[in-house]
Design a protein around this ligand. Structure first.
Ligand code: FES
Length: 63
């Protein structure tokens, strides 16, 4: 086994979907600007800015 390598198990995974949202896998707490706190096990966060349900992806990027 190699020295100086820290083996950790990621708690959250973020996948960048090409021309789409960020897929966040793992338990996350999302703080919205209006003070609402949402807890999700998986979230798709809009990157295109065209969603009707910000900050979440609603598939509008596909249109
Ligand atoms: S990334 Fe899907 S609506 Fe913006």
């Amino acid at each position: 086994m190699e020295k100086n390598i820290v083996h950790i198990v990621p708690q959250v995974e973020v996948k960048v979907i090409e021309c789409g949202p960020l897929r966040i896998g793992g338990h996350v707490r999302i703080y919205l600007p209006n003070g609402t706190v949402i807890v999700k096990r998986r979230a798709f966060m809009c990157r295109c800015g065209r969603t009707h349900t910000p900050p979440f992806c609603d598939g509008t990027h596909l249109e």
